[in-house]
Design a protein around this ligand. Structure first.
Ligand code: HEM
Length: 425
């Protein structure tokens, strides 16, 4: 009776932009259910908090999709930039996962992340200086000019990508992550080729003259045979993707959520010490990563009352789990002081987000600097016209643009409109 299955993904804009009602209905029907994906394949979607946490922590549910699909004789859609770039920690199980994660973890120690704060603040400040040129009444696109460039520049610093290469690399990643139906369009192939060449050249350059960045650390490890070339390039590719798009979406989605809840925004403005808690609540509430990446059962696994057979694909819906009323009281309300304990927005288990401390730092600085400077920031578009679009909308959920009026700077005297003739036009 496959026709009775709910279709998951490939949603109409109304659901794609605000999927939470749809998630809630599906979760109420059954927290673990078989669905049909937009490409026609079937999978199991996990929507309840407790089942989701269990699934993410269960070693019988593998992350090595390629191996599982090959074994099943299934056709593997290779996507871009292809299998050469798919051998990273998020696509493998232990012991490979342990080895790959341990190496990259060296760059993500609390000390190293804390040491990045002045650099992150400098980047945020300089981006805001550029925005200020629009003037207090000018409209700026916060996604294009703040939410994206900030984490992209930070990951560029961390990896040691030369500043001159960052703009084109950023543009290529934007094309690659925009998504398409069917065969990749020529511009995506071109972007993919550009990324492959650029990252390969970066590795060669760091082999010739190592520095203190993460690529140099990983390159040195590769020479000791710890990382194959394929693993090295795959890891870099994954770090750039995971390291900027997610955080950019958190900043954009978070600002919209705060503007939707003015009393919460005021609480934040009056108590900047609330920012760290606010960030976690904004991740829970606004779902920058609405689903974890695909997994596959290696044997039958029982989640709650449902047993998923072996060799079935599993998609954990973090956005639904994080709004499960069995776990979070009044889950559909943004409550910065909720303090309800851990959400699943960074995942759970051995694949728990390695970059979570960095994402928290970047988001904290981004909100502190932006709201500290422009507390009167407001939307410059109809709320209903904002579009969340991201490929298939499953793994990433972010705005394509966010037009805002920044308003006067906190440290500037209010604009005297009568003394500025240009503002009367
Ligand atoms: C708000 C921002 C972010 C969110 C919501 C987020 C979310 C997640 C989630 C849900 C996972 C687990 C996926 C799964 O189990 O299928 C994950 C894994 C990962 N994330 Fe993040 N992430 C964010 C930022 C970052 C940043 C800034 C980096 C750093 C460069 C990063 C690097 C990683 C890596 C390397 C993994 C794979 C970990 C592993 O497989 O062991 N993430 N992230």
């Amino acid at each position: 009776m496959t026709d009775a299955l709910t279709t998951w993904g490939g949603w109409a804009p109304a659901i794609r932009d605000d999927p939470f009602g749809h998630f809630a209905q599906a979760r109420a029907r059954c927290p673990v259910q078989r669905v049909r994906l937009a490409d026609g394949h079937q999978a199991w979607v996990v929507l309840g908090y407790h089942a989701a946490r269990q699934a993410l922590g269960d070693s019988r549910i593998s992350k090595d999709m390629l191996a599982a699909l090959h074994e099943a004789g299934d056709v593997v859609a290779e996507g871009l930039p292809g299998p050469e770039f798919s051998r990273h920690m998020l696509n493998v199980d232990p012991p490979d996962h342990t080895r790959l994660r341990r190496l990259v973890s060296r760059a993500f120690t609390p000390r190293r992340i804390a040491a990045l704060e002045p650099a992150v603040r400098g980047i945020a400040d300089s981006l805001l200086d550029d925005l200020d040129e629009a003037g207090p009444d000018g409209i700026v696109d916060l996604v294009e000019r703040y939410a994206y460039p900030l984490p992209f520049q930070v990951i560029g610093e961390l990896l040691g990508i030369p500043a001159a290469d960052r703009p084109r690399l950023h543009a290529w990643f934007a094309v690659l992550l925009s998504g398409w139906a069917g065969d990749p369009p020529p511009e995506a192939v071109k972007a993919s080729d550009g990324i492959v060449t650029c990252l390969s050249e970066l590795v060669q350059a760091k082999r010739r003259s190592p520095a203190g960045d993460l690529v140099s650390v990983l390159t040195a490890a590769a020479e000791g045979d710890a990382l194959t070339d394929q693993e090295l390039l795959s890891s870099l590719f994954q770090l750039v993707v995971a390291g900027h798009d997610t955080t950019a979406s958190l900043i954009g989605n978070g600002i919209v959520a705060l503007l939707d809840y003015p009393a919460q925004l005021q609480a934040l403005l009056h108590d900047p010490g609330l920012v760290p808690a606010a960030i976690d609540e904004l991740i829970r509430f606004s779902a920058p990563v609405p689903h974890a990446t695909f997994r596959v059962t290696t044997e039958p696994v029982t989640l709650g009352a449902v047993t998923i057979p072996a060799r079935e694909q599993v998609l954990v819906c973090l956005g639904a789990a994080n709004r499960d009323p069995d776990r979070f009281p009044a889950p559909d309300v943004l409550e910065l002081r909720r303090g309800d304990g851990p959400h699943l927005g960074f995942g759970h288990g051995i694949h728990y987000c390695l970059g979570a401390p960095l994402a928290r730092l970047e988001a904290r600085v981004a909100f502190e600097e932006l709201l500290g400077r422009h507390p009167g920031l407001r939307l410059a578009a109809d709320r209903d016209d904002l579009a969340w679009a991201h490929g298939d909308g499953l793994v990433l959920r972010g705005l394509t643009s966010l037009p805002v009026v920044l308003g006067p700077r906190r440290d500037e005297p209010p604009t005297d409109r009568t003394s500025n003739p240009r503002r009367h036009r």
